[in-house]
Design a protein around this ligand. Structure first.
Ligand code: ZN
Ligand code: FE
Length: 261
């Protein structure tokens, strides 16, 4: 499986999934994840001679779904999306554990329910890759708009349990801002400082800072580190009360970041 980013709006990524093995005489089938805007996707389809095969959606926000109607006018393909959200155009509503098998192009994904950012948010996992929309970001996580902190915590714990080598394909380029907060939350964490240096260089070169690996996130993303003593201590100082449960630490760290955004 190969994955290519298409930049959209100010800081969105629309991910294009294709199969690496391609016979150049046929157009290559692609699956598009969270097409908030059709225009850059159509441009890339035309430039590369791709054939749209399916659309995957993680949640209902417009910056992830706004291009669906226009893409469907171009080709009438199945649209997969969360069962617990109303999204125009979805033909295949999905729940936790369901599988998407595109056998002929050898792409196989499974669905994780990850509520919190929105009530029905889902992620797609397969081929050591996670398409996680606005649930997990590089160095951060989505804001909790519709769910509760404990739902979001459980969703991130589900992601935290995936293999360390999992590639994290999130939907926004928020990494530098996120690492700025990560450094405030854990000033003694060298990994955060070093990652910030690496990402700063990538961004100066105009390159995406994503995908990352889950391993990098485990070392530097405060929203996956609620069990770390330095973070527990600093979150306790912010909330002016001692914290014992990891889910509480997570909720305080999320509120702490919100207070600075
Ligand atoms: Zn969103
Ligand atoms: Fe978004």
């Amino acid at each position: 499986m190969n994955v290519t980013p298409i930049a959209a709006f100010d800081d969105n990524y629309i991910w294009i999934i294709h199969n690496g093995r391609h016979n150049s005489s046929d157009p290559q089938d692609i699956i598009v994840v969270d097409p908030g805007d059709a225009e850059p996707v159509i441009r890339a389809i035309e430039a590369n001679g791709w054939q749209l095969r399916a659309i995957l959606l993680t949640h209902h926000h417009y910056d992830h779904t706004g291009g669906v109607e226009e893409l469907l006018q171009l080709s009438d393909v199945p649209v997969y999306g969360p069962a617990h959200e109303k999204i125009k155009g979805v033909t295949h509503p999905l729940n936790e554990g369901e599988r998407l098998d595109f056998d002929d192009i050898d792409i196989h994904l499974q669905v994780l329910d990850t509520p919190g950012h929105t009530r029905g948010h889902i992620c797609y996992y397969g081929h050591d890759s996670l398409f996680c929309g606005d649930t997990l970001f590089a160095g951060g996580c989505g804001r909790i708009f519709e769910g509760t902190p404990s739902q979001m915590y459980a969703s991130l714990e589900k992601i935290r349990a995936l293999p360390k080598e999992t590639q994290i394909y999130c939907a926004h380029e928020y990494t530098l801002q996120n690492l700025g907060f990560a450094h405030i939350a854990e000033p003694d964490n060298r990994e955060i400082i070093e990652r910030t240096e690496r990402v700063t260089i990538l961004r100066k070169e105009g390159k995406p800072s994503v995908p990352s690996t889950l391993e990098e996130e485990l070392l530097t993303n405060p929203f996956l580190r609620s069990h770390q003593p330095e973070l527990i201590q600093n979150a306790g100082t912010f909330s002016a009360q001692p914290l014992t449960q990891p889910a509480e630490v997570f909720a305080v760290v999320r509120a702490w970041k919100d207070s600075l955004d």
